[in-house]
Structure formats: structure tokens, C-alpha cells
Design a protein around this ligand. Structure first.
Ligand SMILES: NC(=O)c1ccc[n+]([C@@H]2O[C@H](COP(=O)([O-])OP(=O)(O)OC[C@H]3O[C@@H](n4cnc5c(N)ncnc54)[C@H](O)[C@@H]3O)[C@@H](O)[C@H]2O)c1
Length: 304
């Protein structure tokens, strides 16, 4: 199969990553169909995509004409058979739960073309966990994006049953989107960057859960030494506290790790208050003007 055959992309899940990847594909001349479980969620997702597009034109990252053309390429359906019927490649961005992903791929397999390639945007799982449920394990590969506005690094990761043809077409697709694919030779939880990131965020969470210091001080410490614009808790706000919780909770239970369980419980206190991060306007910080982004956050105390 050639890259030229890939024309229509099915984005499964209209949340944070679905919105970002839908716009990226549409800006690169792919037809995009977004599927989610309700029309209401799809409408909210489209609203965020329009806002993201207008932010890009505001920062001169694309012209108004290109943004309008991209938006006109995106359609939404809450009926899976209609959404998947024409798809050449699927980018799955549904919650970080192997059962949900497996069930969805099983259902997509029933209503899409035989040539359709399946990719998963999972952050911390591996495709072999649901490869058999896809009904086409040789056509399943991970294609993992980071925050598209911040990074062009994408992970392309086969499972032991992925064909070399699938890896190659997914790599070419990522390049066609203007991204920098990092092709892994074998499955690894968290790919490369996320593997390092999970240790980093886990360490920050355990400092907060053990009340060693407030979250602002933990972020300030990292930002001040590493000269980064954001610390671990600001990062979790952008990932989504619910997504961070899902990953932390899943691995805490898998590994029966008491500290990781305490970290998950700490995240859950924010989730229970509806504080999910940037997407709800409140997480560890309040948006759109989070304290860590203000000039005085890193100023010496006597100048604050
Ligand atoms: N948020 C990030 O920074 C980030 C980065 C890279 C990868 N990921 C991964 O991408 C995936 C999605 O994360 P997200 O942050 O976009 O989550 P999200 O919670 O923002 O969005 C998930 C969407 O999936 C929808 N959904 C739930 N069940 C569904 C189903 N059966 N069929 C179709 N849609 C369904 C939900 O309604 C929701 O709109 C996860 O696997 C996550 O690990 C997230």
C-alpha cells in the first residue's frame, strides 16, 4: 500500500488529542471524520478545533484561508458505521483503557475497508494489549503525538505482529503531516519520552502526596534550575488531570505500588472537584492566566 492511498482519516475520540490531530490532518489536506459517542461531545470538540485554528491564524502559524479550508475538510458523526465507512487510516484517541480501545477497534473493524490502517495514540499502553481485538493485528501500530502545538515529535511503535509495510506507511504519513517520527524497534510502555516523563511526573506527585512541598514550590524548583517555562504540575494540567490519573492509577494497580496508589489518590482529589486542567479552566492552576506563567512566579521573594 502507498501513502497516496491514504486520503480520509478517522479520528476516534473528540477530546484533547482528537481535536489536535484532526486539525493537523486537515491542515495537511486530508479529509477528516471525527467519531465520538454523542453529538453534544462532537459539537464541543468542533468548537475547540475552531478556537485552535483561530489561535493559529492569530499567531501567523497559518493563513485564514488555510484554516477555513482545513475546517471545511472536517466532519463529525456519532454513528460509527457512517464515520468509519471511508476511512483509510484511523487515529484512535479514546480514554487510556485497553478494554475501551479494544472494543472500539473491534467495532471499527466491522465497518471499515479491508485496507484501513489502525493507529493508537495511547500514552502508556502498548498495542499488543488489544491487537487481537482489531481483527487485523498486522495493520495496527501506535502513532503517538505529543502536544501538537508544542512538539513535532511523534512515536511510531509496532507490536510484535505489526507488518513492516504498516510501520513504513505510518512513518511516511507522520512525515507527510510535517512531524518528526521516532520509530521504535520494539514495544515499550511510554515509548521513549513518556517513559522518562512518567518517572518525572511520578516523582513530582509523590513529593506533593507526601506533602514535602506545595505544588507551586515543586514546579518553581524544576523551572528555576532547568530554565523551563512550565513545571511538572503545569504539564499535568496540559495533559489533563483525568488522563494523568488514568495512567497513574492503571500502573499503580498493575504493579501494586503503594506510592503510585497514593499519587493516584492525590490526583483524584482534583478530579472529584472537576478540576481537570486547562480543558476545564482549572486544575492545579487557573486558566487562561496560570500563576506559573506570570513573570513574578520565578522572581526572588523580595521582588514578588
Ligand atoms: N492529553 C494528552 O496530552 C495526550 C497526549 C498523547 C496521547 N494521549 C492519549 O490519547 C488518548 C486520548 O486522550 P485525551 O487526552 O484526548 O482524552 P480526552 O478525555 O480529552 O478525550 C477522550 C474522548 O474519547 C471519547 N470517547 C470515550 N469512549 C469512546 C468510545 N467508545 N468511542 C469514541 N469516543 C469515545 C470521549 O467522549 C472523549 O471525547 C489517551 O489514550 C491518552 O493517553 C493524550
Amino acid at each position: 500500500m502507498k501513502l497516496a492511498r491514504i486520503k480520509t482519516i478517522l479520528i476516534a475520540g473528540a477530546g484533547t488529542m482528537g481535536q489536535q490531530t484532526a486539525l493537523l490532518c486537515a491542515l495537511n489536506d486530508y479529509d477528516v471524520v471525527i467519531y465520538d459517542i454523542s453529538d453534544e461531545i462532537l459539537a464541543g470538540g468542533m468548537e475547540r478545533i475552531r478556537k485552535n485554528a483561530s489561535r493559529m491564524t492569530g499567531f501567523d502559524l497559518c493563513t485564514q484561508e488555510a484554516a477555513d479550508k482545513a475546517l471545511s475538510r472536517i466532519s463529525t458523526f456519532s454513528d460509527l458505521a457512517t464515520a468509519a465507512g471511508n476511512a483509510d487510516l484511523v487515529i484512535e484517541s479514546v480514554p487510556e483503557d485497553p478494554a475501551i480501545k479494544g472494543r472500539l477497534f473491534h467495532d471499527i473493524n466491522d465497518c471499515c475497508n479491508p485496507h484501513t490502517i489502525f493507529t493508537t495514540n495511547t500514552s502508556s499502553l502498548v498495542p499488543s494489549m488489544f491487537a487481537e481485538e482489531t481483527g487485523r493485528p498486522e495493520k495496527l501500530c501506535a502513532l503517538h503525538f505529543h502536544d501538537v502545538a508544542l512538539s513535532k515529535i511523534v512515536d511510531v511503535m509496532p507490536h510484535p505482529g505489526t507488518s513492516t509495510e504498516t510501520v513504513e506507511i505510518v512513518r511516511q504519513f507522520a512525515e507527510d503531516l510535517g512531524q518528526i517520527p521516532i520509530v521504535l524497534t520494539r514495544e515499550n510502555n511510554g515509548y521513549i519520552f513518556n517513559n522518562m516523563l512518567m518517572s518525572f511526573l511520578g516523582s513530582a506527585l509523590s513529593l506533593a502526596a507526601k506533602e514535602v512541598a506545595p505544588i507551586e514550590e515543586i514546579d518553581r524548583s524544576w523551572m528555576g534550575v532547568m530554565h523551563t517555562p512550565v513545571g511538572p504540575f503545569g504539564i499535568m494540567d496540559s495533559i489533563g488531570i483525568d488522563t494523568s490519573w488514568k495512567v497513574t492509577d492503571y500502573w499503580a494497580r498493575q504493579r501494586d505500588d503503594p506510592q503510585a496508589k497514593a499519587n493516584a489518590a492525590f490526583l483524584k482529589t482534583y478530579m472529584d472537584k472537576g478540576r481537570l486542567g486547562i480543558k476545564t479552566g482549572q486544575g492545579f492552576y487557573t486558566y487562561p492566566d496560570p500563576a506559573f506563567a506570570r513573570p513574578d512566579f520565578m522572581a526572588p521573594q523580595k521582588n514578588r
